[in-house]
Design a protein around this ligand. Structure first.
Ligand code: PEP
Ligand code: MN
Length: 337
C-alpha cells in the first residue's frame, strides 16, 4: 500500500499515520520529498480496508498495490488452469464452444438444438431450466423437467450440460443432471450461494455482474475457490454502461485483463453482451481473436417465438457458418476450436 500525505502535512500527523500503520502490523518505509512525504506500507493483508488509512488526518491518497484476491490470482498460480470435464478440456489450447437456447422450452426443441450443437463440433449444450427474469410475469423456466430433458438431449448427442443455478436450494438437484453450474450475472455477488458452490462437486462458470468491476468479479471467484472448488470458469457477458444501442457493452478488454490477473479460463458470451442477433457474430470473432478460452452462444430455430432472449439468438445456419469463421481465427492465433 502506498500512502501519499498532504503537501502541508504536519510532523505530528505523519508520525501518527506511521504509528497507526505499525499498529496494523505493516512494515513502514518513509520517503520524504521536498513537498510531500510518501509512505510505503508492506505486509500482505488481503482483507485490509484502505479507508482506515484514507480517513486519517494529513493523508491525501492511498493506493493498494497487491490484489485483495489470492487463490484466483496469477501470482498465486502461474500456469493456466485447465479443466477436464468428462474428457472435454477447457482452458487449454482448444477453445470450448457452448451453445443452445436461452431457456429449455420443450423436449423436441432441446433435442433439435442439441443436434445443431453437435453438428457444429461443439461439446457443450447450454440452456436454462431456472431463469432469472427481470419481470416476475415472464417465463421462469421449466424447472426439474427442463433439466431432465436437457440431460437426455445432451446424452443423445454426447454433449455436456451447462445450466444456471439461482439459489442454494437448487444445487443438489442441478448436480444430478448437469456438468457445469452457471452462475448468472444477477447472482455474481450471491455470496452464500458462491460458498455453497465451493463445496459442490461440479465446476462453476461465474458470469460477470451487470456492473461489477473485474476486481469484484475475481473476489466472487475467490469465494468459490476459498470454499474448496478449484474448477471455476469466468464469463464476460457485457456490462451496463450509458450506451443504449446494445443491450450491454461487451468489455472485450476484460479477456486479456483476466489472462494477466488470473489463471482461470475466460469464456465470452457475445449473445448477452450485445442483445441483438446481427451483433453476435462480429463480437464472437473478436472474442476469439482477443484470446477467449471459450464462447457461449444462444441459438434458436424459431427466435420470434422463443420463450426468452429471441432477439439475440442465432439461427442454426448462421451459427454453423460462424463456427467455420471462428475456426479460421483460432488457427491464425495457434489455437483450435
Ligand atoms: C443466460 O445465460 O441466459 C443468462 C440469463 O445470462 P446472464 O446471467 O449473463 O444475464
Ligand atoms: Mn439468455
Amino acid at each position: 500500500m502506498v500512502i501519499i500525505l498532504e503537501n502541508n502535512a504536519k510532523e505530528g500527523q505523519i508520525n501518527s499515520v506511521i504509528k497507526r500503520l505499525e499498529d496494523y502490523g505493516f512494515q513502514v518505509h518513509i520517503s520524504k520529498g521536498e513537498q510531500r512525504t510518501v509512505i510505503g506500507a508492506i505486509g500482505v493483508k488481503p482483507n485490509f480496508d484502505i479507508r482506515q488509512v484514507k480517513m486519517l488526518d494529513g493523508v491525501a491518497d492511498v493506493y493498494r498495490i497487491t490484489a485483495p484476491y489470492k487463490l484466483a490470482s496469477r501470482s498465486f498460480k502461474e500456469e493456466n488452469t485447465v479443466l477436464n470435464i468428462k474428457n472435454v478440456e477447457i482452458g487449454g489450447n482448444h477453445i470450448a464452444m457452448m451453445a443452445g437456447p436461452c431457456s429449455v422450452e420443450s423436449k423436441e426443441h432441446i433435442f433439435r438444438m442439441a443436434e445443431v450443437v453437435s453438428k457444429s463440433g461443439a461439446k457443450l449444450l447450454r440452456g436454462g431450466a431456472f431463469k432469472p427474469r427481470t419481470s416476475p410475469y415472464s417465463f421462469q423456466g421449466m424447472g426439474e423437467e427442463g433439466l431432465k430433458i436437457m440431460r437426455e438431449a445432451a446424452d443423445a448427442y454426447n454433449l455436456l450440460v451447462i445450466t444456471e443455478v439461482m439459489e442454494v436450494s437448487q444445487i443438489e438437484l442441478i448436480e444430478k443432471y448437469a456438468d457445469i453450474f452457471q452462475v448468472g450475472a444477477r447472482n455474481m455477488q450471491n455470496f452464500s450461494m458462491l460458498k455453497e458452490l465451493g463445496k459442490a462437486n461440479l465446476p462453476v462458470l461465474l458470469k460477470r455482474g451487470l456492473s461489477a468491476t473485474i476486481e469484484e468479479w475475481l473476489m466472487s471467484a475467490e469465494y468459490i475457490l476459498a470454499s474448496g472448488n478449484k474448477n471455476v470458469l469466468l464469463c464476460e457477458r457485457g456490462i451496463r454502461t450509458f450506451e443504449t444501442a446494445t443491450r450491454n457493452t461487451f468489455d472485450i478488454s476484460a479477456i486479456p485483463v483476466i489472462h494477466k490477473k488470473s489463471h482461470l479460463p475466460i469464456i465470452a458470451d457475445p449473445s448477452h453482451a450485445t442483445g441483438y442477433r446481427d451483433q453476435v457474430p462480429p463480437m464472437a470473432r473478436a472474442a476469439v481473436a482477443a484470446g477467449a478460452d471459450g464462447i457461449m452462444i444462444e441459438i434458436h430455430d424459431d427466435p420470434e417465438h422463443a420463450f426468452s432472449d429471441g432477439p439475440q439468438a442465432l439461427l442454426p445456419d448462421t451459427y454453423l457458418n460462424l463456427m467455420q469463421e471462428l475456426k479460421v481465427i483460432a488457427n491464425a492465433i495457434g489455437r483450435t476450436i
